[in-house]
Design a protein around this ligand. Structure first.
Ligand code: TYD
Length: 127
């Protein structure tokens, strides 16, 4: 079973700002088929509460903070705080994810699959 992993992306720092970057199949372990982002997040907002059957993702908290808790069917738990724009979290298939965000956090998600509701497991007892 693939395991969650925290990534540190390369960043070019100078007086004009911090430029971070990633490339598919080099810095993330899949071809990126889909990108999504979440804005307007209220303080302490909880999102997630599902797993994916095949979709692999990398999430990046571009602004603010996200506390992420992942667990799998074997009862293994992976917990991680995303609070830097050059940090990413790899979420493999079949890991249940829950995220708690800070006010106005900005989340960017990279996905290995096109969107499909059929790929979601949303009921914990079906996990
Ligand atoms: P969902 O993945 O459940 O959000 P979260 O895990 O952050 O709570 O997605 C919320 C809604 O948006 C749901 O109806 C599916 C839809 N959606 C898309 O249509 N395309 C996408 O790429 C994503 C990520 C979600």
């Amino acid at each position: 079973m693939k395991r969650p992993e925290s990534y540190q992306f390369q960043t070019k720092l100078d007086a004009r700002g911090d430029l971070s970057f990633l490339e598919e199949l080099k810095d993330v372990p899949f071809e990126i088929k889909r990108i999504y982002w979440i804005t307007g997040i209220p303080e302490q907002q909880v999102r997630g509460g599902h797993a994916h059957k095949t979709d692999e993702q990398v999430i990046i908290c571009l602004k603010g903070q996200a506390q992420v808790i992942l667990d799998n069917k074997e009862g293994e738990v992976f917990e991680c705080k995303l609070d830097s724009a050059n940090q990413g979290l790899y979420i493999p298939p079949m890991w249940w994810g829950k995220m708690v965000f800070s006010h106005e956090a900005l989340l960017l998600g990279l996905s290995s699959e096109e969107f499909s509701e059929q790929d979601y497991i949303r009921k914990r007892d079906e996990f």
